[in-house]
Design a protein around this ligand. Structure first.
Ligand code: PEP
Ligand code: MG
Length: 916
């Protein structure tokens, strides 16, 4: 069977985006549902890959292309290369996954000296024809012949300057003709050849160039940034479509629209258009377009047609569409449609509203949102009470506030961004080649272009703040300067932009965390109904617990008690406890800590009531609570110096015999206080030296501390159980869970459990209640995994500490790995992901699965969760669902993401493939 390289829009399978690309498939679909799409065909992505592999087009492709062109000629009545009614086409890229502006497109192809004359005769409009011609030469020159835009722009700008013209539309036919001729010369000078006159040669070169753009830097960077893998999109299709013109006069227009507002999600006509212009003018932001509502007055009949088009698209695709159209001499054509990229707030709102309108199911509403997108909803907003005056205003193009140093080009933004600086990228307008600057910047500000300009679309897709078309700002890239009135903003100056209002401010403005919208609550409620795996929070304070509860946490999966020890009112007590040399003294110090811990736990349990709270007993090595040896030596030296000063003060007082006229410091400290401080510091120093370990993270920490200093664990266990008892007495329902860290053997658990049992009895009898709580173990050592069956005899629950378990499995120290070699491993493909962010399912995951199986054999109803950082990552959550964990626990801001990911994991469980 011979391979079919291309499909006419009447015949292509509108569902096959992998083969026809998103744009091609949609053009087929739109044609076949009766929308007015200009005739055309699509060359498959497979052909692209074949071309890129073999370095040449398949030998029979061009024959097939000729047959397809014949078909278009029949449908349009025009002739490709014809001198009377010439067919002009666009050659457009389009891969399976939309990558807006990342690959190349050529317009007006088919123009040469003869067809140009034909076009002039046909339209009677030489200005229009030369305008099309000069655009074609430049775009073809840039894309197919690799000539820099600048080479053309100098001539264009010079003619405009000489004529004293600002807007391109003011150029006359003669001027455009002159420009076209100059452009033809540029091509000759740059390539050594004349501009190709043969229209099929033009077509062949363009097809190759569009295929090549799949491997271009922009496209490769974009795919890497958005993790677009070869199985998601492989190669670009090429669409060859009859040109329709929005720039043939005042009954022509071009526009782009969204079926709903992509900034807010509101169900309304949304978009912009330009009369007498080509599509590129709107997208590139060369002229500032008008809102579509004005079309209702300007061309009421066409506006009504556009409403019908919008409704048809949304009802058919059951998804918000981002569409492009052209009106040529009063006829509306739909040129393309794709699923609209929106910010998180708009995605959430449209999901909920489309379900309420009966357009989509709840499942579809959940699945259409990438869980990671919800992170945007936690983006800062400007503090509402700030009263900084706005310096200038542009269009609110992508919501959220951003603050940073002004930078005027993408390369500098990338360089400074890599150094960890906050950047605002300032451009007159952005182009696809600026994409690396977007990745590095916190926000984007342009002085030209509308809400559908390149800058706006890309920033929205990335969830970055963007203010577009701030026309009061004059940007001079060469001088690295932006001027607003008499204010000069230089590179490096800090500004703040508010992408929700379009305001621009000098300096840094305080920001506040946003709150949850009602729609998000509804959506996540649906997610919870579907998800099987629960989402808990890692939280250590009552405030943290309240925040986690407000984000919908179903419990606290990890409270690291050491974080409570670190608060400034406890640390001195903890240090006293550590420097003790005997148990009795340590018990005295612990007795002071006890009521504080008990109070903490009470508040924590109450904040999470009635949900479970897992409290982990002390984990880090004790030296972490003490200053470093170096610091202590310096402090002791300083105290000795001070001792001398005190002595000097004494001598002064004795000598002068009076102290009334002397300043305050002279009557404060005395030898005794200083000596006490020196003694304490020396004790600390002695302890620091005693506690020294070569590898503290693999040393005396976790349950090993509990074995050596059981009095510490005793105090913590008593605080937890008494806090629970006090809550119960107050009628607060609680579910405490006591968790032991760093366990390697069931004997450790047995010993801690014995302490728990004893304290439980005491508390129950003192408070005259029965306590309901669980006892369990972290699983974060490899031995714990291999002995999980034994551990489960004592543990009612397990929580995978995948931070430590990953370090142990890889034999990596996280800090060293991330600072030294992990980036290289990731970039060179030695490791696909950072295993400290995304669970290594092939290695660590295998241990987890084995652990869960062993544990279930001993205790079928054991509850198992994960509390390492990976627990908040959607990919890891899918794996955890797959091995049937009961819950994931993650930091509060990841909770909405994890809730949605948990629903996705359930909905997509049949598609889950675990690579071995
Ligand atoms: C872990 O090891 O995954 C864990 C949660 O503990 P920590 O990060 O506190 O060591
Ligand atoms: Mg750990």
């Amino acid at each position: 069977m011979t391979t079919q390289y291309s499909y006419s829009y009447h015949k292509g399978d509108g569902k096959n985006k992998a083969l026809l690309g998103g744009k091609g498939a949609n053009l087929c679909e739109m044609t076949q549902i009766g929308l007015n799409v200009p005739p055309g065909f699509v060359i498959t992505t497979e052909t692209c890959i074949k071309y890129l592999d073999q370095g040449k087009l398949p030998h029979d492709l061009l024959d097939e292309v000729r047959l397809q062109i014949k078909e278009i000629e029949q449908q349009s009545g025009k002739q490709f290369g014809g001198t009377t009614d010439p067919l002009l086409v666009s050659v457009r890229s389009g891969s399976a996954i939309s990558m807006p502006g990342m690959m190349d497109t050529i317009l007006n192809l088919g123009l040469n000296k003869q067809t140009l004359n034909g076009l002039i005769e046909l339209t009677g409009d030489s200005r229009f024809a030369y305008d099309a011609y000069r655009r074609f030469i430049q775009l073809f020159g840039k894309v197919a012949l690799d000539i820099d835009d600048e080479k053309f722009d100098v001539h264009f700008d010079k003619i405009k300057r000489q004529a004293g013209i600002k807007a391109d539309v003011a150029l006359s036919s003669d001027q455009l003709k002159e420009i076209s001729e100059l452009f033809l010369k540029v091509v000759h000078e740059e390539t050594g050849h004349s501009f190709p006159e043969d229209v099929y040669e033009q077509l062949e070169l363009s097809i190759k160039a569009v295929f090549d753009s799949w491997k271009g830097k922009r496209a490769v960077d974009y795919r890497r940034e958005f993790n677009i893998t070869a199985d998601m999109a492989s190669g670009t299709a090429v669409n060859i479509v009859t040109m329709v013109f929005g720039n043939m006069g005042d009954d022509c227009a071009t526009g782009v629209g969204f079926t709903r507002n992509p900034g807010t999600g509101v169900n309304e006509m949304y978009g912009e258009y330009l009369v007498n212009a080509q599509g590129e003018d709107v997208v590139a932001g060369i002229r500032t377009p008008k809102p579509v509502s004005e079309l209702a007055d300007e061309m009421p009949n066409l506006y009504q047609q556009l409403v019908v088009l919008r409704n048809t698209l949304e009802t058919h695709y059951k998804e918000v569409q981002d569409y492009e159209y052209t009106i040529e001499r009063g006829i509306l054509y739909c040129l393309q449609t794709r699923n609209g990229k929106m910010n998180a707030a708009a995605m959430v709102r449209t999901s909920v509203e489309m379900v309420n309108e009966g357009l989509i199911s709840k499942e579809a509403a959940l699945l259409r949102i990438d869980p990671e997108l919800l992170e945007q909803l936690l983006h800062p907003q400007l503090a509402p009470n700030h009263n900084n005056p706005s310096l200038a205003q542009g269009l609110p193009a992508s919501p959220g506030a951003a603050c940073g140093k002004c930078v005027f080009d993408a390369d500098t933004a990338e360089r400074l961004g890599h150094l960890g600086q906050d950047i605002i990228l300032l451009r007159e307008e952005t182009k696809p080649e600026d994409i690396h600057g977007f990745f590095a910047a916190q926000g984007i500000l342009t002085s030209r272009g509308g809400k559908t300009s390149h800058a706006a679309v890309v920033a929205r897709g990335m969830g970055k703040a963007c203010v577009a078309g701030a026309e009061d700002i004059a940007i001079d890239v060469k001088m690295r300067l932006a001027i607003v009135g008499n204010i000069h903003i230089r590179e490096g100056d800090v500004i703040t932009i508010d992408g929700s209002t379009g305001d621009i401010y000098l300096g840094r403005i305080p920001t506040i965390e946003p709150s949850f919208s009602e729609e998000l609550q509804v959506l996540l409620g649906w997610a919870d109904e579907i998800a099987e795996i629960k989402v808990h929070a890692n939280a250590d304070t009552p405030d943290g617990a309240k925040q986690a509860a407000s984000y919908g946490a179903a419990g606290i999966g990890l409270c690291r008690t050491e974080r409570m020890f670190n608060a400034s009112d406890r640390l001195p007590l903890v240090i006293d406890m550590i420097i003790c040399d005997n148990v009795e003294d340590r018990e005295i110090a612990l007795a002071k800590l006890f009521p504080i811990q008990r109070d903490d736990f009470q508040q924590l349990f109450a904040a999470m009531s009635p949900n479970p709270v897992t409290v982990r007993l002390l984990d880090p090595p004790m030296h972490e609570f003490l200053p470093s040896e170096h610091q202590l030596i310096e402090e002791i030296e300083a105290l000795h110096e001070y001792e001398k000063i005190i002595l000097g003060q004494k001598v002064t007082l004795e000598t002068l015999g009076t102290h009334e006229s002397l300043p305050a410091p002279f009557n404060h400290l005395n030898d005794e206080v200083i000596n006490e401080a020196i003694t304490k510091k020396q004790l600390m120093l002695k302890k620091v030296r005693e506690l020294y370990e070569v590898n503290p993270m693999l040393g005396h920490r976790g349950v090993r501390l509990g074995m050596s200093y059981p009095e510490i664990y005793r105090m913590q266990i008593r605080s937890i159980l008494e806090a629970a008892a006090l809550c119960v007495k107050k009628g607060i329902s609680v579910q405490p869970e006591i968790m032991v860290p760093q366990v390697i053997t069931s004997q450790e658990l047995k010993k801690v459990k014995a302490i728990v049992d004893q304290i439980q009895q005491e508390v129950e009898s003192n408070y005259e209640i029965e306590l309901d709580f669980k006892f369990g173990s972290m699983v974060e050592t490899v031995r714990a995994c291999t002995r999980a069956g034994d551990l489960a005899e004592y543990a009612q629950f397990f929580s995978f500490g995948t931070n430590d378990l990953t370090q142990a499995t890889f034999s990596f120290s996280r800090e060293d790995a991330e600072n030294k070699f992990l980036p290289l491993y990731n970039e060179s493909g030695l490791l696909q992901d950072n295993p400290f962010e995304i669970l290594d399912v092939k290695g660590v995951g295998k241990l987890m699965k084995m652990t869960a199986d062993l544990a279930h054999q001993t205790r079928p109803d054991i509850r198992i969760g994960i509390c390492g950082e990976q627990g908040g990552h959607p990919q890891s959550i899918r794996f955890c669902h797959h091995i049937k964990l009961n819950y994931v626990s993650c930091s509060a801001p990841r909770i909405p993401i994890a809730r949605l990911a948990a629903a996705h994991a359930k909905l997509l469980e049949n598609e889950y493939i675990l690579e071995s």
